[in-house]
Design a protein around this ligand. Structure first.
Ligand code: ATP
Ligand code: MG
Length: 395
């Protein structure tokens, strides 16, 4: 039996988006993702994309998992190819769908006949297959209104396909149709979810991570690489810039009031991330902040952080509860990595009593004690680059 994956393009087109650009980018993304798994023929015809394995050794479960992470796909299905005659269609359907049919009570058959030279009309195909399945699986009943399983037979120009049920896709918009943004990524739970959320809206990502060796370890940085590798299964490959942040943090600790420490540090993160973002053609910054979660995430603190950057700062998690963020982190499989106990630069010098209602003038005055330009230049001269998701395959 030859199994393929079918995607319906018609269901994916959003109002207002240029359809041909959308489809073009989506096809390019599908080709790139599938190439990591094996050799596939990817064909687009009559508003349907056919993902056809070219090698018997290809693991179709892995292929289905990968398709389920491509933004822009609303639903898709696994289908079995067969010869264009009723005998082959009946036998294939009974054999291919047996595992599903054994689990359910009711079904319905829908047929579509793109090849009008096929001798039976659509209702006849459905009736014949329905009758055959009722005979083979006597526990089944037909329910045309609310079936447990909807079986579809399609007669195409080149072959016939039998499929049972649709699989929910990742939704969203194809990555690459919405520009590029820089995600400030820590090893925590929130920022990988923020990265995923923005990629879902079609945005390509560049990652910026602040590390403070020796206070933060190499293992903490590897954790971020691992997180981004998971995110890249959805967001596509990306560059990660690691910023050496130790000197800035030590300077702040030495020269600024302790209660402003976190905020000043966050303002430096914004300035540096914006420098990298501009250089890398990003039009926005993204963080994993959620209103009121910690002292640096009050409205006043966020206003002070934003004042340090001129680019728009997107915070896709701003209105979410921790439990909602955790549920998403589990869904995208980053949670287990995020909870590994490695320190983040933010937690290294946490003040005992951070100021929750900072005053911008007070912060500017405190920052005057630092040579901000020189500190930022020093970071920019020592960035480390890591490629995420280039040809990597999840083991
Ligand atoms: P997360 O779970 O993403 O670490 P958090 O709730 O722990 O978030 P903070 O530590 O205050 O919150 O960080 C807020 C945001 O600042 C993060 O979501 C992330 O976007 C950014 N951030 C924090 N630490 C770093 C870091 N070391 N490198 C880059 N960005 C960071
Ligand atoms: Mg954090």
């Amino acid at each position: 039996m030859k199994e393929i994956i079918l995607l319906k393009l018609g269901e994916m087109v959003l109002k207002g988006l240029n359809r041909s650009t959308f489809e073009h980018v989506l096809l390019k993304n599908i080709k790139r993702r599938m190439a990591r798994i094996g050799k596939f023929e990817i064909r687009s015809a009559q508003s349907t994309v056919y993902i056809i394995p070219q090698d018997d050794m290809i693991d179709m479960d892995e292929a289905v998992e990968a398709v389920g992470k491509i933004f822009g796909v609303i639903t898709f299905s696994r289908a079995c190819e067969c010869e264009k005659n009723m005998d082959s269609i009946l036998k294939t359907a009974a054999e291919y769908l047996a595992p599903q049919l054994e689990m359910i009570q009711t079904f319905k058959v829908e047929s579509k006949r793109a090849d009008k030279s096929f001798p039976l009309k659509s209702p006849q195909i459905s009736a014949e297959l329905g009758g055959y399945l009722l005979e083979k699986f006597p526990h089944l009943r037909v329910d045309v209104h609310h079936p447990d399983l909807e079986i579809t037979v399609e007669i195409r120009d080149f072959a016939a396909y039998v499929r049972g049920g649709v699989i929910p896709g990742a939704g969203g918009i194809p990555v690459g149709t919405g520009g590029r943004a820089a995600i400030l990524i820590s090893g925590g739970i929130d920022s990988p979810v923020a990265a995923w959320s923005i990629a879902k809206r079609g945005v390509e990502l560049t990652a910026v991570h602040f590390a403070s060796p020796p206070y933060t370890s190499e293992r903490a940085e590897q954790k971020v690489v691992d997180l981004l590798t998971r995110v890249s299964e959805y967001a596509g490959r990306m560059m990660m810039f690691t910023v050496p942040f130790t000197h800035i943090q030590e300077e702040i600790r030495e020269k600024c009031p302790e209660d402003l420490f976190t905020l000043i540090m966050r303002r430096f993160m914004m300035r540096i991330a914006e420098r990298i973002a501009k250089r890398e053609d990003c039009a926005a910054l993204v963080t994993g902040e959620s209103l009121g979660q910690v002292a640096s995430q009050t409205i006043q603190a966020i206003a002070c952080t934003d004042a340090a950057a001129s680019m728009p700062v997107f915070r896709p998690l701003i209105g979410m509860d921790k439990a909602e963020i955790v549920a998403l982190a589990r869904k995208i499989d980053t949670f287990d990595i995020s909870i590994q106990p490695y320190e983040d630069c933010c937690t290294v010098f946490t003040p005992k009593h951070p100021r929750t209602r900072p005053d911008p003038a007070m912060i500017e005055e405190a920052e005057a004690a630092l040579d901000a330009d020189a500190l930022i230049e020093e970071c920019m001269a020592n960035l480390k680059l890591t490629k995420i998701g280039w040809g990597s395959r999840r083991s």
